[in-house]
Design a protein around this ligand. Structure first.
Ligand SMILES: [Zn+2]
Length: 250
């Protein structure tokens, strides 16, 4: 009985991810669509830079915002909407649903939605932090009239998922901290072959791309996000892809 309950609790969202992921992939491939998504903001100093780059490229994107940061930076969240982008929820405190109890996990989803709705920021999509969701996350999301979505392509702009190992990044950061290196360069956190792989795959299939406008410890990480965004848009536009927000997917 316990095994069945646990299987449902953790397995149901995995099944949804797989089914919706395949449908989105198919739709994006058929219609040549790419949705850029930025997680973990709004953060002063970074979100504005992302907005500038999107303006310069002439595309709209979707921002998965953390409720506590929306409360601190309400004007910035509104600026994102005023520029024609879409906002969505990414919980209140970015808790990992697989690491906290069910009550805290569900509460984090609910509070995140409320923080945005209380400020009249329309929310119709939700993405779980680190992609980890439970049955409680799914039900809470549905109760708030939101759809859950993950991503089809990880840009690797956090340094993870880029082909560099976790240890490699820690080593780099240690060097920075000890003065052995002045800043993190984009080459340090993302190997060029993996970047090329990401761009080639997107040019083939389109999809939903994961990027971040959250808090960054080092300048290099900010630059990596902006560089990835420019590369993706320029190359995919040349191949005839259209950039959309998630509401356009519906
Ligand atoms: Zn996140």
């Amino acid at each position: 009985m316990i095994v069945v309950a646990l299987g449902l609790w953790f397995g149901f969202p995995v099944a949804i991810r797989s089914v919706t992921g395949r449908r989105i992939e198919e739709l994006c491939r058929r219609r040549k669509l790419i949705a850029l998504t930025f997680d973990d903001g709004p953060v002063p100093g970074m979100t504005e830079r992302v907005l500038e780059v999107l303006d310069e490229l002439g595309v709209k994107a979707t921002f998965f915002m953390i409720g506590s940061l929306v409360e601190e930076n309400e004007d910035l969240a509104r600026q994102v909407v005023d520029k024609g982008h879409q906002v969505a929820s990414h919980t209140q405190n970015h808790l990992n649903a697989w690491r906290v109890g069910p009550i805290r996990g569900v509460g984090d989803v609910r509070s995140g939605m409320r923080s945005m709705k209380d400020r009249e920021l329309a929310v119709s999509w939700f993405r779980p932090p680190r992609g980890n969701a439970t049955l409680g996350t799914v039900l809470s999301c549905w109760l708030h009239g939101c759809k859950m979505i993950w991503w089809t392509h990880d840009s690797g702009d956090t340094g993870f998922g880029s082909g560099k190992t976790d240890m490699g990044i820690r080593e780099i950061l240690k060097k920075v901290a000890t003065g052995g290196k002045k800043s993190v360069s984009t080459e340090d956190v993302m190997c060029p072959e993996k970047r090329e792989g990401l761009l080639c795959s997107l040019e083939e299939t389109g999809g939903v791309v994961l990027l971040h406008d959250g808090k960054r410890t080092y300048e290099g990480y900010q630059e990596l996000t902006l560089e990835c965004t420019r590369d993706i848009v320029r190359r995919a536009k040349d191949k005839g892809f259209r950039f959309i927000t998630l509401n356009d997917l519906k």
